[in-house]
Design a protein around this ligand. Structure first.
Ligand code: ATP
Ligand code: MG
Length: 428
């Protein structure tokens, strides 16, 4: 029968891949925890309206990229990003009544029906954080420094932090009019979606990926020149705080970010090492979102980091996260009685936190040793008739070839632990 293939734009993470994913996720959790962020887990799908309200009707994500299914009278959408669902959960569970600022992080998959290419998948993963309750530029700097620290500690090079301010509804209103006036003479040359955006939300024109629209937009007026006093001073404060924290940045007045809910600060960490889709992390402030989703007006901000793009960057730069398959001791028994003893000792070792394995394939001694070699066992121990009779056996260090005789009694696990620790210390 014909074998079926996975959908375009999805990936299988094989045992040879999952080690580095686990390591990366562990590192992200640990780092987020140090900054006071706690994990939140949300549903994979939500009511479609959550995203049209929370992400924005005029965004690429909502207009072109959502996976939506209807069931009964309801319409549901696979989450294209993590923020809308997280804010929904925060509101539904009253988390804003607790100590503010609220700091949560998530690691989740997102679904977008995009044109698949390098760094652009249809199911991808994000590490993201959201911080709610503070309107100060210090909060912006803290969230940015978390993303910066993650990249820095992983040893990622050639990454730049780009920041911009896209103002608030007050100053943006005026700017949108200025933009509309700028694009109007070129209306006929714009893509269909942008012609619509021209009426509804001209800011979105600057985020269009169509070459013709990008070309026209090159000389468009910049929002940074139209900020109101409040937004202007917020941006100045952010820049001076980043300076004080020693975080290098460049102001890129062309970043508008893909999602509608942003206000004031927007930022991206961009690398030149993985081709055209080089934005590893994108985020910003979204002071209007919580109210937009039915909560009391509450300032908030966050970022989303694309884990596939991050891992691609690490790989290109030769930074490894691989955790080799661990086997501390492999027992090679010969015969039934030896097999039973090996099973018991394996179980005892595992209780002590040691990675032990023994034969479950009925293999010959030769084949077992070959297997032990393949899985990289650090020690091996053969149990034959002699060993059974004398209740002791040779423990072989596979790296040095050294052999130690060890008793196969009740204190075996304890004694092996001591040898194993000594061996590990000697290597460090
Ligand atoms: P882009 O401009 O690349 O389309 P975006 O503005 O749509 O990005 P966000 O919605 O801000 O991206 O998502 C945050 C991060 O998630 C991005 O910076 C990127 O690292 C990652 N990301 C977004 N879309 C994809 C995708 N289709 N495949 C892989 N990673 C993605
Ligand atoms: Mg996108």
């Amino acid at each position: 029968m014909e074998q079926l293939k996975r959908p375009n734009g999805t990936a299988d993470l094989l045992p040879s891949d999952t080690g580095r994913w686990q390591k990366l996720e562990g590192f992200l959790r640990e780092t987020a925890g140090r900054f006071g962020f706690q994990e939140i887990r949300i549903p994979t799908f939500e009511q479609t309206e959550l995203f049209s309200r929370g992400v924005g009707e005029t965004t690429d994500v909502v207009q072109k990229e959502m996976y939506t299914v209807s069931a009964g009278n309801s319409s549901y959408t696979l989450r294209p990003e993590g923020t809308a669902g997280t804010i929904r959960a925060i509101l539904q569970n009253g988390l804003l009544n607790e100590a503010l600022p609220l700091r949560v992080y998530y690691i989740l998959s997102c679904f977008r029906h995009e044109r698949v290419q390098k760094g652009r998948l249809r199911e991808f993963h994000q590490f993201g954080v959201e911080m709610a309750g503070s309107s100060s530029a210090a909060a912006d700097a803290e969230v940015i420094s978390l993303a910066g620290q993650i990249l820095g500690q992983l040893g990622v090079r050639n990454t730049e932090l780009h920041i911009n301010s896209i103002g608030c509804p007050v100053c943006r209103k005026h700017y949108q009019q200025v933009l509309r006036d700028f694009f109007l003479p070129h209306r006929e040359q714009l893509c269909e979606t942008c012609q619509e955006r021209l009426e509804k939300n001209p800011l979105r024109l600057l985020d269009c990926k169509v070459e013709g629209c990008k070309e026209i937009g090159k000389d468009a007026p910049l929002i940074i020149d139209y900020l109101c006093e409040d937004c202007g001073s917020h941006f100045e404060k952010l820049k001076s705080t980043l300076d004080r924290l020693g975080i290098a940045f460049t102001v890129d007045p062309r970043i508008v970010r893909g999602l509608d809910y942003y206000t004031k600060t927007v930022f991206e960490f961009v690398t030149t090492d993985i081709g055209a889709q080089g934005t590893v992390c994108g985020g910003g402030r979204y002071d209007g979102l919580i109210e937009q989703l039915g909560g009391n007006p509450t300032p908030a901000l966050g970022f989303g980091m694309g884990l596939e793009r991050l891992l691609m960057t690490l790989e290109t730069q030769g930074i490894t996260l691989d955790e080799p398959r661990r086997c501390d001791l492999y027992f090679a028994p010969m015969g039934e009685a030896a097999g039973e003893l090996a099973m018991e000792l394996t179980a005892a070792l595992r209780k002590e936190g040691i990675a032990a394995q023994t034969d479950v394939m009925g293999r010959s001694l030769r084949a077992q040793m070959k297997y032990a070699d393949k899985i990289g066992a650090r020690f091996t121990l053969v149990i034959g008739d002699n060993e059974l009779e004398q209740k002791c056996a040779d423990l072989k260090n596979m790296l040095s070839g050294e052999k130690i005789t060890i008793q196969l009694d009740d204190s075996f696990a304890e004694r092996f632990s001591a040898i194993e620790i000594a061996d590990r210390l000697a290597k460090e």
